[in-house]
Design a protein around this ligand. Structure first.
Ligand code: 3LM
Length: 398
């Protein structure tokens, strides 16, 4: 595997996984094929039996995806990676590979809405026990670990409140209890440019690659990174037989293209977000600013420890009710009202009615998601223009 172990992040994001193509193509060729031909029945048989390396069928693997997977393994410093059709495809594949009926998953209570739905309403249908609680508190984490706990699952920064979990601490507590527990981190918000959970003790990383990894808002994609034996099980059971959530070769091409500029984009997302957060901090209409880079933010010290920069996501609570908040956001002229994140365009959404609408009112309160919370994916536009857009809509609020 082309890991470029001694190279820097920028070199890896461009070169890792790249193969010298027989025609000398600089960019990754798109192997737009469902199946692969064998020289003989015997050769086909040997590939199915695992006695010969080589491609069989694109639900199992495809050269375009392999190149991308090698790149992602290098960036996250993992042994292996598996590309999937979406972030939810990655999460479902990773979880269904790790647990079976009777097992227990312990997860943080602040999660992306569909992950929450899968854990809270989905997996329990199949006899998997799930506990959702606050994992920032190590004592609380310890209290909820059980002999049948197979997975500890969390995001950091969390969607949408940017809550920060101490990856090294959670991994240490979970592994002290039982080294076989898989600590799975959703690294979508941070990306490997800011945080590499595997180097901090986590076992598995999952991503919605739809976001910063691809970065251009034109692909739904996911990826799982971790140990080679577990990733092989994810490929040959979780993905092949359970979810079937296979990434299309064209999407692998687009994602590899996006990844070449990940570090540059993240630098700009982070510096724009910091400027916008400081603007909100000093604005009288804003009751609270959620940004890991602010000294006043609860998780700031942990964020400093495990993040290179503080990310491109900011959330605010306006001193306004739900209706006034909506009216106010509808007047944005540069920023777009949309879910998703990590794109060049600044995107603004209302978690309680959009991304986190799978939570009940009580669940929203427990996860710290108020009705007035507004989430902003700070884009790559000139920071002065983004700030001017918000200054204009906030000017009549007190
Ligand atoms: C969103 N989030 O707007 P896909 N993990 C995290 C995520 O934020 C997401 C996923 C996994 C949003 C999507 S809401 C309808 C739009 C931390 C997605 C799932 O399957 O690639 O969408 O990833 O917060």
């Amino acid at each position: 595997m082309n890991h470029l172990n001694n190279s820097g992040f920028a070199t890896k994001q461009i070169h890792a996984g790249a193969k010298r193509d027989e025609n000398g193509a600089l960019c990754m060729p798109i192997y737009q094929t469902a199946t692969f031909s064998f020289d003989s029945v015997e050769q086909g048989g040997a590939r199915f039996a695992g006695q010969e390396n080589g491609y069989i069928y694109s639900r199992l693997s495809n050269p375009s995806l392999i190149m991308l997977e090698e790149k992602m393994a290098a960036l996250e410093e993992g042994e292996a990676a598996l590309a999937t059709a979406s972030g939810m495809g990655a999460i479902a594949t990773a979880l269904w590979t790790a647990v079976r009926t009777g097992d227990h998953i312990l997860a943080d209570e602040t999660l992306y809405g569909c992950t929450y739905a899968l854990l809270n309403h989905g997996m329990e249908r199949y006899g998997v026990e799930v506990t959702l609680t606050d994992l920032t508190d190590a004592e609380n984490l310890k209290k909820h670990l059980k002999p049948n706990t197979k997975v500890v699952y969390f995001e950091t920064p969390c969607n949408p409140t940017l809550k920060i979990l101490d990856i090294a601490k959670v991994a240490q507590v979970a592994h002290e209890y039982n080294p076989a527990i898989r600590v799975i981190v959703d690294n979508t918000f941070a990306t490997p440019y800011l945080t590499r959970p595997l180097t901090l003790g986590a076992d598995v990383v999952v991503h919605s690659a739809t976001k910063y990894l691809n970065g251009h808002g034109d692909v739904i994609a996911g990826v799982i990174i971790g140990k080679a034996d577990y990733l092989l099980e994810c490929r040959m059971f979780g993905l092949k037989d359970v979810t079937g959530a296979v990434m299309a070769p064209f999407n692998a091409f687009l994602m590899a293209r996006g990844l070449k500029t990940l570090d540059i984009r993240m630098e700009r997302h982070c510096s724009n977000a910091m400027k916008l957060a400081r603007f909100f901090e000093s604005h009288p209409a804003v009751a609270k600013v959620y940004y890991p880079g602010l000294e006043s933010f609860n998780g700031h010290e942990t964020a400093k420890k495990q993040m290179r920069l503080f990310g491109g996501m900011v959330a605010i609570e306006l001193k306004a009710d739900k209706e006034t908040t909506a009216k106010c956001l509808n007047r944005l002229s540069l920023a777009t009202i949309a879910v998703s994140l990590g794109d060049a365009e600044t995107l603004v959404e209302h978690p309680a009615t959009m991304t986190h609408s799978t939570y009940t009112a009580d669940e929203l309160a427990e996860a710290g998601i108020s009705e007035g919370l507004v989430r902003i994916s700070v884009g790559l536009e000139d920071p002065e223009d983004i700030i001017a857009d918000f200054r204009e809509i906030l000017k009549d609020l007190k």
